[in-house]
Design a protein around this ligand. Structure first.
Ligand code: ADP
Ligand code: MG
Length: 235
């Protein structure tokens, strides 16, 4: 569902992403693990079409992201890094509005809202203004917004950042459940998170992939002195 081939992005002289290739199939959750500044967000912005690669290419569902952006937008749900929503609308009207923006009308719109409300456990705050939500509920509302059009592909940029352990646990559960039917890439700098959620992970550092494998394989490598992993873990 996602195929990145030799993706490269330069900002001036700086190579933020350097020759990165990977793919994600349906039913897979790929962890994208790396320290701050490694190039995770830049890669995700190229997958979603928000920025153009300087080199290489990326396709989603067989569509080239650069030349075929419209079907790609329909296929992708994107949760950008630290993107809190502040809006003076109830959760229900906000999600209804998002559904409408995705082209859903009438019954389809209602069904879509009910589906994400149930998935993201938002029943108890449906009639509360988004502005007054606690951090955890705000986060889940962002999540609900990202999946309102039931996308086949999810691009989640550090979706548990800033959450407390309980809230992290909830979001991880959500990702795992959705991963059964979708292709998901999600970035984090926490190795344990990759173990809890992902079928496979790649480690990126200074714009380049330095390791990839199952979480168990990566953990084993780190135990045998993988310096990058130690850096990722903040040691
Ligand atoms: P991560 O998400 O892994 O923390 P980023 O993809 O945000 O890393 O950043 C990778 C590198 O690219 C960093 O050194 C960052 O400073 C640089 N960078 C990211 N976006 C821009 C930009 N718009 N202009 C210049 N440099 C950027
Ligand atoms: Mg980032």
């Amino acid at each position: 569902m996602i195929k990145a081939e030799n993706l490269t992005k330069a900002f001036g002289l700086k190579l933020a992403v350097n020759d990165v290739s990977f793919s994600v199939e349906r039913g897979e959750v790929l962890g994208f693990l790396g320290p701050n500044g490694a190039g995770k967000s830049t890669t995700m912005r190229m997958i979603t079409g928000f920025i153009a690669p300087s080199g290489g290419k990326v396709s989603v569902g067989g569509y080239d992201v650069t030349t075929d952006p419209i079907p790609v937008k329909r296929l992708i749900g994107y949760l950008p890094e630290s993107a809190p929503v502040y809006v003076d609308m109830t959760v229900r009207s906000f999600l209804g509005f998002c559904a409408e923006l995705s082209g859903l009308r009438g019954d389809d719109r209602k069904k879509a809202v009910n589906r994400v409300v149930e998935m993201c456990f938002l029943e108890s705050v449906l009639y509360q203004s988004v502005d007054t939500l606690s951090k955890g509920y705000r986060h889940r509302t962002c999540f609900a917004q990202a999946i309102i059009h039931d996308p086949d592909v999810l691009v989640l940029d550090e979706p548990t950042d800033g959450l407390d352990p309980n809230q992290k646990h909830e979001i991880r559960g959500l990702i795992r459940r959705m991963g059964e039917r979708k292709a998901i890439i999600f970035s984090t700098h926490i190795l344990e998170e990759v173990e809890a959620v992902c079928s496979r992970a790649i480690i990126i550092d200074r714009g380049q992939i330095v390791a990839n494998g199952t979480p168990q394989e990566l953990k084993r490598k780190s135990e045998f002195g993988g310096a990058v992993l130690l850096a990722v873990r903040g040691v």
